[in-house]
Design a protein around this ligand. Structure first.
Ligand code: BGC
Length: 463
């Protein structure tokens, strides 16, 4: 009897599931920590370096620029270095970037350090889901996407809480530097991972691939069958760029992914994630209250994401998106109106906070998790990596534009109009959902691909 067979079956399959969950969790957490951590620090950075609003926008946004670059090169990196080494590289850059942020002696250095951090996040947020899809047993793949989004929101919350705790002493260097600790944990976790069997087979290293699959799957028979399937798939290799040039239907699905991520970012969610304390200051709150209110934003974000996970498959993608965009439009409209009124009384102040929290909940229950799910569902197999890389890049580029323009918008057109602008965009997205977004719940990926390639309208790709 071989050693592989001697291991209890459920124990081995359980190990693969745990491995995948832990990685999804850690990658999501890193993503969230980085999104969240800057909001509490900007006030102190601005004071120490005597920076203008415009300069601080660039400190905030340099990370997103790095992430767009990271996501763009991650496909090539993970194909040449392998998934595991790309993740290790991401983790090392993450730890290094966080430490550099903590020690930065000039605004330029801080922007550079955040750029490095961004490259790390871009690489990890592309490679981790790819790795997961390749090692996780089929039955838990759906749960992975949800775990991932939940951990993003948990990372944001943790960053807000740590910012709140450190905010009393204004220790912005600690706020940014401390993220190196979970980064080191991520690095340790990644070092312990096996290489992806799919990548090993891609490189013709069948023996090593079989050893990994044997360790991860229920029984040697399942492992062998999966290896054969992968080899079969690899016969029609991924030529995303070539497919993009020659196939109009693929261009449509890439366009849809880019549109979905653009819509997600233009809801205005990251205006709140990056500048919440500033927004609360505009509502008349003092320093400590701003930080606590920001932490509540983080908590509502986590709780509402929980709710969404239960609804995504029951209600379907389109109804949830309609509702989400409508709720976001209405709540941002209300925030704008209340800010216009100047929130002179406590009651109006409370109403403004409540409206902002409704906006967060609206996002977290809809566009937050659903856009990531849809983006991985609508691409045909042969172009999936390329399609997802394009939509992920779009997420970061538009994310950057939002982060880099918010304070200028406040200065230029005023607070109320800025929120109304985002409210109007959310209304436009209700119409975009109606025109282009397919209902993919309950549809197999093969069916979606067949209908895409048959030239059916995008909104009819699913059911
Ligand atoms: C978005 C991030 C956002 C986060 C908030 C994610 O789905 O891509 O940009 O900060 O949700 O929870």
């Amino acid at each position: 009897m071989t050693e592989a067979i001697a291991v209890p079956l459920h124990a081995r399959a359980g190990f693969a599931a745990i491995l995948a969950c832990v990685l999804a969790a850690l990658a999501g957490l890193m993503f969230g920590l980085d999104i969240g951590v800057i909001s509490g620090a900007t006030r102190f950075i601005q004071a120490e370096f005597r920076m203008s609003d415009h300069a601080i926008e660039w400190i905030v946004s340099s990370m997103m620029l790095g992430a767009a670059i990271g996501a763009a090169v991650a496909g090539w990196l993970s194909a040449t270095l392998g998934r595991k080494r790309s993740l290790i590289l991401g983790a090392v850059l993450f730890v290094g970037g966080s430490l550099l942020c903590g020690f930065a002696w000039s605004p330029w250095m801080l922007a550079g350090a955040r750029l490095v951090l961004g490259v790390a996040i871009g690489t990890a947020t592309f490679t981790a889901p790819l790795y997961l899809a390749e090692v996780a047993p089929e039955r838990i793949r759906g749960a992975m996407v949800s775990t991932y989004q939940l951990m993003i929101t948990l990372g944001i919350l943790l960053a807000f809480l740590s910012d709140t705790a450190l905010g009393y002493s204004g220790a912005w260097r600690w706020m940014l530097g401390i993220v190196a600790l979970p980064g080191a944990l991520f690095l340790l976790g990644v070092l312990g991972l096996p290489e992806s069997p799919r990548w090993l087979l891609l490189r013709g290293r069948r023996d090593e691939a079989m050893a990994v699959l044997d360790a991860l799957r229920d029984d040697p028979e399942t492992a062998r069958r999966e290896a054969d399937e992968i080899v079969q798939q690899l016969r029609s290799p991924q030529h995303g760029w070539r497919l993009f040039l020659h196939n109009a239907n693929f261009r449509r699905s890439v366009g849809l992914g880019v549109l979905l991520q653009t819509m997600q970012q233009l809801t205005g969610i990251n205006v709140v994630m990056y500048y919440a304390p500033r927004i609360f200051a505009g509502m008349g709150f003092g320093g400590g209250a701003q930080m606590w209110a920001t932490a509540i934003v983080g908590l509502v974000n986590v709780l509402a994401t929980f709710a969404a996970i239960g609804l995504v498959d029951r209600w379907g993608r389109r109804p949830i998106l309609y509702l989400g965009f409508a709720v976001m439009a209405a709540s941002l409209g209300a925030v704008g109106a209340l800010l216009q009124a100047g929130t002179p009384t406590h009651a109006l102040q409370a109403a403004a906070v409540a409206a902002l929290l409704v906006f967060i909940a609206g996002f977290a229950m809809s566009a937050g998790p659903i856009v990531w799910t849809l983006c991985s569902e609508v691409q045909p197999l042969r172009g999936r990596d390329f399609g997802i890389a394009c939509s992920t890049c779009a997420n970061w580029i538009v994310n950057m534009a939002v982060g880099a323009s918010f304070l200028s918008l406040l200065d230029g057109i005023g607070t109320a109009r800025t929120f109304w602008l985002y409210a109007a965009l959310n209304l436009v997205f209700v119409a975009c959902t109606r025109a282009w977004v397919p209902e993919t719940s309950g549809a197999t990926l093969e069916r979606i691909e067949q209908r895409l390639m048959a030239g059916l309208p995008l909104r009819e790709l699913g059911r």
